[in-house]
Each structure stands twice: as C-alpha cells, then as structure tokens.
Design a protein. Structure first.
Length: 297
C-alpha cells in the first residue's frame, strides 16, 4: 500500500512555529519563495527631513535598491524505520508519535540557523554587541539587569523603534536573572495571550542553542555557524520588522516494504532561510570571561 505522503507532511507542518518560538515574531516572506529561492529587495537609505527649509530647489537623491536572490537552506532528518505505516496513517496518536521526532529535529535546526543569522558579526552602531558585567561564576561574568538596559540604550541610540523588540536569552542568562531578581523573572519565558513577558522594552524568549563569540584583536567576533563553540555564549536581540524567515518545500522520502528491514523507512527534508533584512536592529549580549581581555586565539 502506497503511503499517503500528504497526511505525513501535513502532520510535520502542524504547529511548526509554536507560540514560544521567537521565529513567530519575524516577518514571514514565505509567499515570495519561488523554486526554493527568495527575491529580497534591499531598500536604499531613508530620505532626510528638512525643517524650516529656505533653500530651493530641494535636493534630489537617487534611491539605489539592491536586489538579492537567496537560495533557501536544506535541512534533512535521519531516516526512521516505521512498522505498519498503513495502520499509523489512520491513527492520529500513532502518527504523531512518529512525526514528533522529525518535527522537533527540524524545529531545532531551523531555529539554530536563524538565531545565528540574527546575531551581529561584530559590534557596530546598528548592530550592538556588548559584554556581560556581573560577578564571576564558573569562569564567566553573569548577566545583569543593567546589561539588558545597556543594550536597550544602544538600540535607542540607533533609533530602533521600541515596538517589537525581542531578546532571546541563553538558559544560563535566564538563571543569572533569576538569581538577581527571582520575583521579576520567575515567569520570564511564560506567555500571556501569546505574548512574552517584557523587560526594558524587550519581549523575552529563551533558546538553548545560541551562537558564540571569540575575542580577537580587541573585539568580539561571531563564530561561524557549524564551527566549534566557545565559552563566550550570547543572548541575541532583534527588531521584528528587520528580520525575516521564509519556508520553502518540505519533502518526504520513503522506502515502502523494505525486504531487509521488513518495514517502511521514512525521512524528511525542509527548505528554510532566516536572515536580517538590512543588517540593522540586531544585537547581542555576550558572556564575558572573568579573567579580563584575554584573546581566545
């Protein structure tokens, strides 16, 4: 009996972005995906506003828009052996028990790639990267409330709108804040009507697989995705209207009635991309080591 792949794929996609996923707060560009590629126009600089101008004619500035065509990344799950798939298709509970592992793996993988993309490469006016300033704990300086306020001020200085600012905290940073003010942060990752708790204007999320940084030649630099992690893990902030996600195809592979396994083998791949749109309105708070400015290389 042939598998009804539509049933399986629909189950994978069900609630793929739950309410506690920071990816729900990004712009969804999926409608612009064509053949697993996305066309993103990069808007030119904003025009200046003249106040009480007395000089005419007013200067004409040509707006240069860049066109970017980006291929979506491919995420693939390992295969799973499924006994009696024809029976599973007609039982929601049995189907969900098989699908949930693949969905969880894909969710985690796309979120890891996304949060790494949202983390600034280096400190800049529009992409602040600051360091924690708390007391030493296990070789690092803990995150303080003041550090979040410092990031807020950097976003303010860069004129990032107050609405739709979000901060995705490393779990150890959540623990740091609980130690500092357990009453304020005991429900830090809870949602109210689908919205995260806010502090200093940031809606708070938590995610365990966060990017890391290296201290080199006098500045922090983001470690490339897939490279060995360092001790300088980060929490990452973003302005929701300056980051995007896009979903492409999802495909199910199957080997029905494999004679060696006496079973059916299934696996999935999914196309996805998440990126900053103009490389502004993103920031990071990096766990500093407690031994001073020592190069990591």
């Amino acid at each position: 009996m042939a598998l009804n792949k539509e049933v399986w794929i629909n189950q994978i996609l069900q609630n793929f972005y739950p309410d506690d996923s920071f990816l729900k707060k990004t712009l969804n560009f999926s409608e612009f995906v064509d053949n697993n590629k996305i066309h993103i126009p990069s808007a030119g600089i904003d025009p200046q506003v003249l106040i009480n101008n007395t000089t005419y004619p007013i200067k004409i500035v040509d707006r240069q828009d860049d066109d970017n065509i980006i291929s979506l990344d491919k995420f693939e799950t390992e295969n799973t052996i499924v006994r009696r798939p024809d029976a599973i298709e007609y039982s929601y509970d049995k189907l969900e028990s098989v699908i949930s592992q693949h969905r969880s793996t894909l969710r985690k993988s796309v979120a890891m790639k996304a949060i790494h993309a949202f983390a600034p490469t280096v400190d800049d006016v529009h992409t602040p990267v600051i360091r924690t300033t708390g007391n030493a704990l296990n070789g690092r300086k803990v995150l303080k409330l003041d550090d979040i306020l410092a990031l807020k001020e950097r976003f303010d200085d860069a004129e990032i709108p107050m609405e739709e600012r979000y901060l995705v905290l490393h779990p150890k940073h959540v623990s740091d804040l609980l130690r500092e003010d357990i009453k304020l942060f005991k429900d830090i990752t809870n949602l109210t009507d689908g919205e995260p708790m806010k502090f200093a204007g940031f809606g708070m999320f938590s995610f365990s697989q966060m990017p890391t940084y290296k201290y080199k030649t006098g500045e922090l630099k983001k470690v490339p995705f897939g490279s060995a992690a360092t001790a300088r893990f980060a929490s990452v902030a973003f302005y929701g209207k300056e980051v995007m996600r896009a979903d492409g195809d999802i495909y199910m592979y199957s080997k029905v009635d494999d004679p060696e396994e006496r079973a059916t083998i299934v696996g999935f791949d999914k196309r996805f991309i998440a990126l900053p749109i103009r490389n502004i309105g993103i920031g990071a708070i990096v766990s500093d080591v407690s031994i001073g400015d020592v190069s990591d290389e």
